[in-house]
Design a protein. Structure first.
Length: 262
């Protein structure tokens, strides 16, 4: 039987988790034996925490539940294999078989976690991706505040009779997020990566950004997903959203139209 493991990367948590998750599912869908290759390098360790990788491994929860890859197997993994995995998953992301093994991956992920079953409040997580000191890429972080405000407005109208709490997850100067403030909003700016990710995963509604960080959270979520359309494919049950509005000092969020959705 063919054997594969996830290739090693050195970028952010979202991209690395996506590779791990999709390699696992690809192997399951193709009768290939999957071995887990624990993370060796990862970016966005802003405080140079020596325990950072261990925290991330505990979050993923694969190291103690999946057979580990040998160094020989790791050495055989190439970018060509990753490309093969990604092309296959992107083509089959809405199949029942994919969903079956995604749920299997989710089961492993949640084995060491408690799930909040409080249904008195509907929690809405919003990932507002913005540049940070280790990642100044514009693409994915240039989505307007108007885009997120419009979706929030539509969700409020949709669930007008329910108690909502909106959680804004991002990085940067907290003063840049005053536009989101109201009595039902909590700002989570520059918070711990594990707390941020689990806040997204556990939310009743998740509004993603053009980022693998919230994109992978969407796959692990059991909530309603408002997907920011970007280069990775979406699940058919997600609500696909497009950034067609720009906010300026003369624009009110109340003027935005629901044509944002498809």
């Amino acid at each position: 039987m063919e054997k594969l493991c996830n290739i090693q990367r050195d970028d952010g948590f979202g991209a690395q988790l996506q590779t791990i998750m999709w390699t696992y599912i690809y192997c399951k869908m193709n009768n290939i034996e999957f071995y887990y290759s624990p993370i060796e390098k990862i970016s966005h360790n802003y405080n140079n925490n020596s325990n950072f990788i261990n925290k991330i491994e505990n979050l993923i929860n694969m190291k103690d539940n999946i057979q580990l890859a040998s160094q020989d197997l790791k050495d055989k993994m190439t970018d060509d294999i990753k490309i093969r995995v990604y092309k296959y998953i992107e083509k089959n992301i809405n199949t029942d078989e994919y969903l079956c093994y995604l749920n299997e991956f989710k089961y492993l992920f949640f084995l060491n976690k408690e799930v909040n079953n409080d249904k008195t409040i509907k929690n809405i997580a919003v990932h507002v991706r913005r540049p940070n000191k280790q990642d100044n890429r514009i693409e994915g972080s240039d989505t307007s505040d108007a885009y997120y405000l419009n979706i929030i407005k539509n969700i409020k109208n949709k669930y007008i009779d329910e108690k909502l709490k909106i959680h804004i997850y991002s990085q940067g100067d907290v003063n840049n997020f005053n536009i989101y403030k109201d009595n039902n909003t909590v700002l989570h700016i520059n918070e711990d990566i594990v707390d941020t990710f689990m806040g997204m995963v556990n939310a009743d509604i998740l509004i993603t950004s053009g980022s693998s960080f919230s994109y992978t959270a969407a796959f692990l979520s059991n909530g309603e997903i408002y997907y920011k359309n970007f280069w990775h494919p979406h699940r058919k049950e997600w609500i696909r959203c497009f950034d067609t509005f720009k906010l300026n000092e003369n624009t009110s969020p109340s003027l935005f139209k629901s044509s944002l959705y498809k």
